[in-house]
Write a protein that binds this ligand. Structure first.
Ligand code: WQD
Length: 340
């Protein structure tokens, strides 16, 4: 299939582009490079050996989105593009609702005008909110998130599900990611957050490479085995494979829209991840324990049974693989992707 990958220059989007090409699909990337760098594309082309056409514009521009669909033959859409910083979304709620919803509306309108009926959406475990029993299961109905970012994911899932149910032939997979980490084993692409990393793994990696002085562990008094929060960390290569599996499953999917957890089903604590990264680097890394971060839940992980049985997808990489691959990327690219 010829797949439009929105946000294809981003962390998960770029790894998915490689997985799609490796699986024999053609890709077209649309990215406004507001949170990624154009130099990613050259690396994708050298790693894949394929040409990666890129359209650079903001998907909230409905006219430009329409012109893309008129210009390119598209069979399916994988939609990553969106604002994704939880903390920032609290301070800029309207920007998050406008961007994450309007970009989806533009895509859906253009798809309807051009007869494209296959959609894979980058959703998040954050839609389960604070009350869902752990492990999280897709049939949990009271979806809600404490952040505007998470609420955009809840809303877009509902928009796509409603559209799919009334649109002839539509099939939509809603992929709920847990905690994506790691990097392509080549070390040529990886996570490159702009500014101070919000997330644990890139922060640890930047400490290891000398860009940050030490890690602050946000609380060690949680009701967990070692007192630090537990999360379901998922290798980005497994996550990319999950997108290909979902895309290729759409034709066989009975329902017009269906959610799938993409996770390992295992929780790992902050300190356990730090120790694993120390094993990858071969030395201890400096850290201090600080206050809890507002909004953090003690522990959650996926029930991945539905993706395992219906998509034939399983997470295969270990925590040590995630840390080794992250370190190979970070040590080879201490300051991330070059600007030009
Ligand atoms: C993991 C744990 C922190 C940084 C977020 C989003 C979620 C998804 C994935 C988009 C927590 C602790 C972190 C640090 C720390 N993103 N931590 N020191 O919060 O589980 O999920 O990213 O979809 O929507 O909410 O991931 O990596 O930020 O934190 O101690 O410097 O690491 O307290 O317990 P989180 P995270």
């Amino acid at each position: 299939m010829r797949v439009l990958v929105s946000g294809g220059a981003g962390y998960i989007g770029s790894h998915t582009v490689l997985a799609l090409v490796a699986a024999g699909h053609d890709v077209v990337v649309v990215d406004d490079f507001s949170n990624s760098k154009p130099t990613v594309i050259g690396r994708l082309e050298s790693l894949s050996g394929a040409h990666v056409p890129v359209h650079s514009f903001d998907l909230t521009d409905a006219d430009k989105t329409e012109r893309l669909f008129a210009h390119e033959q598209i069979d399916a859409v994988i939609h990553f593009a969106g604002f994704k910083a939880v903390g920032e979304s609290v301070t800029r709620p309207l920007a998050y609702y406008r961007n994450n919803l309007e970009s989806t509306f533009s895509l859906v309108d253009a798809m309807n005008r051009h007869g494209v009926t296959r959609f894979v959406f980058s959703s998040s475990a954050t839609v389960y909110g604070e009350k869902a029993p752990v492990p999280y299961r897709e049939d949990y109905e009271n979806l809600s998130s404490s952040s505007p970012y998470g609420q955009t994911k809840v809303m877009v899932e509902r928009v796509l599900s409603d559209v799919a149910h009334i649109s002839e032939g539509w099939k939509v997979a809603l992929l709920r990611y847990f905690n994506p980490v790691g990097a392509h084993p080549s070390g040529r692409i990886g996570e490159d957050p702009q500014g101070v990393p919000n997330n644990l793994m890139p922060f640890i990696a930047q400490v290891a490479v000398g860009r940050r002085e030490r890690l602050t562990v946000f609380g060690d008094d949680y009701p967990t085995a070692d007192g630090t929060c537990e999360r379901d960390y998922l290798h980005v290569e497994d996550l990319a494979a999950g997108h290909v599996a979902a895309l290729e499953h759409l034709d066989d999917m009975a329902e017009p829209a269906r959610a799938f957890n993409l996770g390992t089903g295992t929780g790992t604590s902050v300190l356990e991840l730090l120790r694993a990264f120390e094993r990858a680097v071969g030395r201890e890394l400096p850290y201090e324990v600080g206050p809890r971060r507002a909004g953090d839940l003690p522990a959650f992980w996926a029930d991945p049974t539905r993706a395992n049985t219906e998509l034939g997808w399983h997470a295969t990489r270990t925590i040590d693989d995630m840390c080794a691959d992250t370190w190979r990327w970070q040590s080879a690219n201490p300051h991330g992707f070059p600007d030009a």
